[in-house]
Ligand binder design. Structure first.
Ligand code: C5P
Length: 223
């Protein structure tokens, strides 16, 4: 029996949104179902990879054959990912909140009649993908995602360098496309050598095809 193409390979993944606490009952979040990231994790596992997935809060089950660490905030996600290095590849799909509230309150912020609404001072969150892409323990293959509503390719190309990524999987999330929370996706794979345009397909098919492409790339890196 032929060995699976990714057996012996360890792949770190992130998926889902992050929740950034304001107080014990409120948070700021990005819109993300985790469907695409979880499908990729499952597809990589089917090809034999040891997949370590760090997931933000989602309403879908853990992908089959994948070990999952559940986190809430970007800082927790970053810490979990750092603990998992080194690895052969990293695929960062999570919709990480770019900012968090600077003064997380230990008690519920109360509403007082006649008082002004609170102004939420925000601070920047760590960029988890950039941290991995520029790490001393950088995996040989680092893949990020880019959800954009405008200038898709230009922004994806910029992201390659800024994040230290080998590939950026870019998708257009303009509201008309229904990607957010939906079951279909049309992506472009942006690399340092060019752009591959994939037709509209299910998130499962995107996952399958991406997993195959990752297997081929890791084999070539070894050759
Ligand atoms: O900069 P932008 O959020 O568009 O980049 C998207 C890519 O970077 C995704 O792969 C996402 O998982 C990753 N990212 C991250 N940490 C952040 C912001 C984005 O890992 N704080």
């Amino acid at each position: 029996r032929t060995p699976k193409p990714l057996s012996g390979k360890t792949i770190i993944m992130t998926s889902g949104p992050t929740h950034e606490p304001i107080d014990p009952v409120r948070y700021i979040a990005n819109r993300s179902s985790g469907k695409q990231g979880h499908a990729i994790a499952a597809a990589l596992a089917r090809l034999g990879a040891t997949v370590r997935l760090v997931s933000g809060p989602v309403n879908i089950p853990d992908p089959e054959g994948v070990s999952v660490i559940h986190v809430e905030s970007a800082r927790e996600m970053r810490d979990a990912v750092e603990q998992l290095l080194p690895a052969d590849a990293a695929v960062m799909v999570a919709a990480v909140a770019d900012w968090r509230y600077a003064n997380e309150a230990n008690e519920k912020i109360k509403k007082h009649p006649g008082e002004k609404a609170p102004a939420l001072q925000m601070v920047e969150n760590p960029d988890i993908l950039a941290g991995v892409g520029h790490s001393k323990l950088r995996p040989r293959l680092v893949i990020g995602f880019a959800a954009e509503t405008q200038d898709l390719l230009i922004n994806a190309q910029k992201k390659l360098d800024k994040k230290g990524a080998d590939w950026i999987v870019a998708n257009d999330v303009s509201h008309t496309k229904g990607v957010m929370g939906g079951d279909r996706n049309a992506v472009r794979i942006v690399t340092h050598t060019g752009v591959e345009e994939w037709p509209d397909m299910s998130k499962e098919e995107v996952a399958e095809r991406l997993a195959q492409k990752i297997a081929t790339a890791l084999q070539q890196l070894e050759a």
